[in-house]
Design a protein. Structure first.
Length: 232
C-alpha cells in the first residue's frame, strides 16, 4: 500500500471505542436481544460501543446497579488484524494492525508492534518489542533484533519506506530511519542508527552506522538463523 491509500482508508474509517462492560443488577428486566451480552439475571458482560453503552445505561439506569468499563482504545481508526489468517507463530502481546502482510512461518515475538501497511517476508523473525512502522518492508529469512525500530512513513505521503532485504540480521535496539534500504545478506550491529542505504553483504555499526567489513564465514557463523525456531 502507498501512503495515499492508507490515509484515505484512515480518513474514511469509522472511529470506534469498543467496550467490555461488567454489569450487575436486575438484569432479568432488560431485553438484551440484538446485543452482545453474556450472563444471567444478576450479572453479565456486555460488549458494545461507547455511545451504545451510554444509551443503554440511560434507558436501564434503574436496573443496572453497578458496572465497570474496560476499554483498550479510543476513537480508533484501524482495527487489529485477525491473527488466525496468518500462517505464522505469533506470541502473546504482539500488536498487529489490519492490512499487515506476514509471510509463512514467520515468528512475531512478545511486544512487537506492526503498523498498517507493513510487510514481513516468509520465515523472518520479528523479535521482542520491535516496532515495524507503517509501510516498512522486511524480506525473507531475516531477523530483526529485540527493541529495534524500523521507521514508518505514512506522512509525509511522498516519503519512501524502510526496505530490509532477504537474509538480513539487525541487532538489538538498532534504529533504521525512513527511506533507508538494507541489502540482502547485510548485518547491522546492535545499537546502530542507520541513516543511509546499506549495501548487500556488508556489516555496519555505529551512530551513524558505517561499513566496518564485508560479511565473511566468521560473520555468517555468528549470525546463523535456526530453521527449527520457524517451524509451526
Amino acid at each position: 500500500m502507498d501512503s495515499f491509500e492508507i490515509i484515505k482508508y484512515i480518513a474514511g474509517s469509522q472511529r470506534k471505542t469498543p467496550l467490555k462492560v461488567f454489569i450487575k443488577g436486575d438484569l432479568g428486566s432488560i431485553d438484551f436481544k440484538g446485543m452482545d451480552f453474556y450472563g444471567n439475571t444478576d450479572w453479565g458482560i456486555l460488549f458494545c460501543e461507547y455511545a451504545a453503552f451510554n444509551e443503554f445505561l440511560e434507558k436501564h439506569k434503574e436496573s443496572v446497579k453497578k458496572y465497570k468499563i474496560e476499554a483498550d482504545r479510543r476513537n480508533s481508526a484501524i482495527p487489529l488484524a485477525d491473527l488466525t489468517k496468518y500462517n505464522a507463530r505469533i506470541e502473546p502481546g504482539a500488536l498487529i494492525r489490519e492490512m499487515v502482510e506476514i509471510g509463512d512461518n514467520c515468528v512475531i515475538m512478545m511486544g512487537a508492534v506492526l503498523n498498517i501497511g507493513a510487510v514481513i517476508g516468509a520465515r523472518t523473525m520479528i523479535d521482542m518489542n520491535v516496532v515495524v512502522g507503517g509501510r516498512a518492508i522486511v524480506g525473507k529469512d531475516s531477523h530483526i533484533g529485540a527493541g529495534t525500530v524500523l521507521a514508518g512513513v505514512i506522512e509525509p505521503p511522498n516519503a519512501n519506506p524502510v526496505i530490509v532485504g532477504d537474509n538480513v540480521l539487525i541487532g538489538a535496539n538498532a534504529v533504521v530511519l525512513e527511506g533507508v534500504k538494507i541489502g540482502n545478506g547485510a548485518v547491522v550491529a546492535a545499537g546502530s542508527v542507520v541513516v543511509k542505504d546499506v549495501e548487500a553483504n556488508t556489516v555496519v555499526a555505529g551512530v551513524p552506522a558505517k561499513v566496518i567489513k564485508m560479511v565473511d564465514e566468521k560473520t555468517r557463523s555468528k549470525t546463523l538463523l535456526i530453521d527449527e525456531l520457524r517451524k509451526l
